[in-house]
Write a protein of this length. Structure first.
Length: 426
């Protein structure tokens, strides 16, 4: 498959499209995985038709062609991929509206925040590329709207779109799949957006169904700690105030940066681990009100425990969930047509015919769950259960600020007592 994709991308003759040998460190730092909205905003607005747009589209098309004509593979595929893309764009719109409401309530001209997307089960990287393309398209739409609002600015113009930093994490346990995925990300020219989280080989998957959730939650919390520590250091040094940073256009946004949250979760890995991993992420405090969870293959693989769980949450008012039916990835249309012809020739009534359709070999479905409330008992209980890492993180932040203040005070006192010139202290 990889050779087929590489040849298809090579035919485009795009700059930076060739994949280097796998180094095992595509996204070693969060700075490469964090797609920040900085001076590159103008280029991001031109996502459609860009080199990475063409390369990533060619990658997906080549994989689809390979899987339909040569060898079946368990990617999400184009049919269900459209459902995933639409749900992700919806999640971005919800996040943007949430940030605008925060800015409006605080009487700020704009707001900033992060959008965290997580995929459990990288496989060969198809869905990661699909998610990246949806994120880039949604990001370009937001930036274009901001540009239009700036051009047509009037007294009645609504609040401008927020500045959103996008972070995409994907988790894979198989080293071979991870290696293929890293090369695929380079071919798609989207490797700068993706953090591929490897599950340690010493983890016994038979004893730890929530290993994927553990791995990605650890990475998210570590990245959040690093971001907070960096902001704290800059703030204590007088370089940056996290909550009152003035942008180039003069606006002062409200920075929504409390506890990390997964805004969009795509589950497509070990079918026996769907429920345990979701519950684990809930306990970590990463799945909360506003999160959208999308689970693939819930019908074809019969993942009944997961379906029963989210439907119970729906009855209790915690979530809104629906099953979007479709066909299993890369189902053979000719075979399906033959099945339909046989069914039409049967003497069964319409009800029996509908039941047979529902039980078709090719039937599959995606479960899309919108979290309306925090899934645990309550906000306070949830905070207490998820707080240990955050408490340690906040303690380190407070200690860093105090230490910086003490050092500054000592320098001032020493300077005043000895009457040294300030440069001598430095």
């Amino acid at each position: 498959m990889l050779a087929h994709v590489r040849n298809a991308v090579a035919d485009l003759s795009l700059p930076g499209a060739a994949a280097d040998d796998d180094t095992g460190n595509t996204s070693a730092s969060t700075s490469s995985a964090t797609h920040a909205n900085t001076d590159a905003e103008a280029a991001q607005c031109d996502w459609e038709g860009s080199s990475s747009d063409l390369a990533s589209s060619t990658v997906l098309t080549a994989i689809d062609e390979f899987c339909t004509t040569r060898h079946w593979m368990m990617h999400v595929g184009p049919e269900k991929g459209r459902v995933v893309t639409e749900s992700l764009r919806n999640a971005v719109e919800i996040k943007a509206a949430e940030l605008v409401n925060v800015a409006s309530s605080s009487k700020s001209s704009s707001s900033s925040g992060s959008f965290v997307c997580v995929e459990l089960g990288t496989y060969c990287g198809y869905a990661s590329v699909l998610l990246c393309r949806a994120i880039r398209a949604a990001e370009a739409a937001l930036l274009k709207k901001k540009s239009d609002d700036g051009t047509n600015n009037t007294c009645n113009t609504p609040s401008p779109p927020p500045r959103i930093t996008f972070r995409l994490y994907t988790v894979e346990v198989n080293p071979s799949y991870a290696s293929v995925s890293r090369q695929l990300f380079k071919l798609a020219q989207l490797d700068d957006m993706i953090t591929l989280v490897d599950i340690p080989v010493e983890v016994n998957m038979l004893d730890a169904h929530d290993a994927a959730a553990d791995a990605v939650s650890d990475r998210i919390w570590k990245d959040e700690a690093r971001i907070r520590q960096t902001a704290c250091t800059r703030r204590s040094g007088g370089l940056l105030n996290t909550h009152h940073h003035e942008h180039q256009d003069g606006s002062v946004p409200v920075v929504v940066s409390r506890l990390p949250k997964i805004d969009y979760l795509f589950i497509d890995h070990d079918k026996d681990a769907y429920l345990s991993d979701l519950v684990r992420l809930e306990k970590e405090g990463l799945i909360r009100a506003g999160s959208i969870c999308v689970a693939d293959n819930v019908v074809f693989a019969g993942i009944n425990d997961y379906l029963e769980y989210v439907k119970r949450l729906a009855r209790e008012g915690y979530v809104r969930t629906e099953t979007v039916y479709g066909r299993i990835e890369y189902a053979d249309d000719d075979d399906e047509d033959e099945d339909e012809d046989e069914e039409e020739e049967s003497d069964s009534d319409d009800d029996d015919h509908d039941d047979q359709d529902q039980q078709s070999l090719f039937l599959d479905g995606i479960e899309i769950t919108h979290f309306l409330r925090n899934p645990l008992a309550g906000e306070e209980d949830w905070f207490v259960r998820s707080a240990p890492r955050f408490a340690a993180m906040k303690l380190r932040e407070e200690e860093a600020v105090k230490l910086a203040a003490v050092r500054s005070k000592k320098i001032v006192q020493k300077t005043q007592s000895t009457r040294w010139h300030s440069t001598s202290v430095l």
